[in-house]
Design a protein. Structure first.
Length: 587
């Protein structure tokens, strides 16, 4: 799906790359004292610069690398890079005529004059072209140094091959050396091996590994350890745990997990565990227990799960307390249907929880561009329980550009008054549901679950929900900032359902509220004021019933958003050129 903005570019990511030789450089314009060649002279005291006139084409800076190189990363140092943020896009070409966009929008950190890494969509190319959009201080282009990384077009000698080990659950043997010809059989054997930085561990496609994978290895930023798949036949390998505990325990650093599936045996129901109970049950057959898929433990740092699937558990992904700077992206978190606590209301009320796509208890982690669906279970207390994102005693997380289909809840934040969920950001997430659901539940400091100060909710779209944004127990600007969002309620509702409900004025504006058939419920209570930039109007989405949440050409969301929250996310935007919602205009 094409969105208004691409994924935020996060420096320090984990792409595998090596330096490529730069054979030449050209620029669309340059100052005589600051030529293009100054940006490839390995001297941070010289730079290329060019002034830009509004209305004219943006300036470009092009470097040449060996033909047929696979370009993976661009490193750029910006003039005055510790005082301002620069914006640019990157394209590659094999012939200098036909160009492919490999980084739609790069944003420098504004914190350093040193080289900053930007991962690119890998492409085979001879030329790498940077189009500069200026910076947060002016429209000029100024680059002090550029390097390019990727795979050079050379034959790799055997001594240069990345060390790799293989696991085959059917034909392997743990007494083997772990080569592709003589693989190991078990993940337990693989877990005991000391994998060096840059190594790979590969599980055979089409096989089920009925055991836990303990990943304690430590790679480096430059040489992460990759756990992936091999073989030409079958689905991605499935790591399937028991009905209790984590399936993939990530304890190390700089690890990449890709092209894997994780699941677990279903635990028994509360009724099966308590056969003498004679009361009424809502959910006699609902699995109850604790099992998690990709589990970032307290020691996990700088790890990535990507292009993988987790299903059939309490939480598909779990960022445990203490885990930091980890990421799950480009993955599927679906049908995680186990409830962790599901006692009958007559035994104890208001304690049911579980059935989450992602459970966040750690800090400063990222959930980017994933697909969520069917993460819910039968609840004795509430009827239905589950969520795409459950945030509990967590802070500093970024939840960006995810797609949610038929989820019962997008996100709920909780904790305690002394250990809160705070300073979390949700942006450009698209949520469509035909089963009804709740979008965002946050609370002020009066809640028994603790307040959620610093919650930011920008440019999200929710369609077909029962409830949109709910902010209670002392909502205020300290608690919530919600701007540029589209909330569309389902047609059949009761008096307790609201597109927005708040008991206090918060940082609010440029939101669109609607209900299928009209007349959404938007409630500002306790004297809270509604901003004039909020509108009750049909956003005219292309085909939300088919999960297409793009804006039609005549949508009132087109070019009517505010750029203020996006600048907080590091995006240089022009006021009056910002859409409302998560999606771009259909072309």
């Amino acid at each position: 799906m094409h969105r208004l903005f691409p994924l935020l570019v996060l420096t320090g990511s984990l792409a595998l790359a090596a330096p490529l030789t730069i054979r030449g450089v050209t620029a669309s314009a340059q100052k005589s004292t600051n030529p293009a060649s100054a940006a490839i002279d390995r001297n941070l005291n010289t730079w290329w610069s060019a002034d830009w006139t509004p209305g004219q084409p943006y300036h470009t800076f092009t470097v040449e690398v060996p033909a047929n190189s696979v370009v993976r990363r661009l490193n750029v140092a910006f003039y005055a890079g510790d005082a301002r943020r620069a914006a640019f896009l990157v394209e590659t070409s094999s012939d200098g005529t036909t160009w492919r966009q490999v980084l739609p929008l790069g944003i420098s950190s504004g914190l350093s004059r040193e080289l900053q890494p930007f991962d690119l969509t890998p492409s085979t190319a001879r030329f790498v072209r940077v189009t500069s959009f200026g910076n947060t201080q002016n429209t000029a282009s100024a680059i002090t140094e550029v390097t390019v990384e990727g795979d050079a077009p050379v034959v790799v000698q055997p001594a240069q091959v990345t060390p790799a080990w293989y696991v085959d659950a059917v034909s392997g043997n743990d007494t083997n050396p772990g080569t592709q010809a003589r693989p190991w059989k078990s993940l337990a054997r693989a877990s005991r091996e000391v994998l060096p930085p840059g190594a790979t561990l590969r599980l055979r496609k089409g096989q089920v590994f009925k055991e836990v994978l303990n990943a304690t290895w430590k790679g480096t930023r430059e040489k992460p350890i990759v756990i992936s798949a091999y073989g030409t036949n079958g689905d991605s390998p499935l790591v399937k745990g028991s009905s209790n505990g984590p399936v993939v325990q990530i304890r190390g650093e700089w690890l990449i997990f890709e092209h894997l599936q994780v699941s677990a045996d279903l635990p028994s129901s509360w009724k099966a565990k308590n056969p003498s109970f004679s009361g009424t049950l809502r959910c006699p057959n609902q699995p109850q227990g604790w099992t998690t898929g990709f589990t970032f433990t307290a020691s996990a740092r700088n790890n990535v799960v990507r292009q993988s699937t987790a299903y059939g558990m309490t939480a598909g992904v779990h960022f445990q307390e203490g885990s930091e700077h980890n990421e799950v992206r480009d993955s599927r978190l679906v049908k995680n249907t186990v409830i962790s606590t599901n006692t009958p209301a007559s035994v104890k009320y208001d304690d049911d929880s579980g059935a989450w796509g992602v459970l966040l208890n750690g800090k400063n982690n990222r959930v980017i561009n994933n697909y969520f669906s069917g993460n819910s279970g039968c609840s004795e207390d509430y009827g239905v329980e589950g969520a795409s994102f459950e945030l509990y005693k967590t802070s500093g997380n970024l939840i960006l550009e995810n797609t949610l289909v038929d989820e019962t809840t997008m996100a709920e934040l909780g904790g305690t008054p002394t250990c809160r969920s705070e300073n979390n950001t949700f942006a450009f997430n698209a949520y469509s549901t035909r089963v009804g659901g709740q979008t965002l539940i946050v609370r002020g400091h009066g809640a028994k679950w603790g307040g959620n100060p610093g919650t930011r909710f920008y440019n999200n779209t929710a369609w077909g929900v029962r409830d949109g944004i709910l902010c209670s127990d002392g909502c205020s600007p300290e608690i919530l900032s919600a701007r540029n969002n589209i909330i569309v309620q389902q047609q059949s509702l009761n008096d307790r359902n609201h597109a927005l409900w708040t008991d206090g004025t918060f940082d609010d504006g440029h939101n669109l509220f609607w209900r299928v058939g009209g007349n959404p419920s938007v409630r500002y209570t306790n004297g809270a004021t509604r901003p004039t930039t909020n509108r009750t109007v049909d956003p005219r989405l292309v085909n939300p019933g088919a999960n297409d949440l793009r804006l039609s050409a005549g949508s009132p969301a087109v070019w009517t958003g505010t750029g203020a929250p996006l600048r907080l996310l590091g995006l240089p935007v022009i006021e009056g050129r910002v859409h409302i919602g998560a999606q771009d205009v259909a072309r």
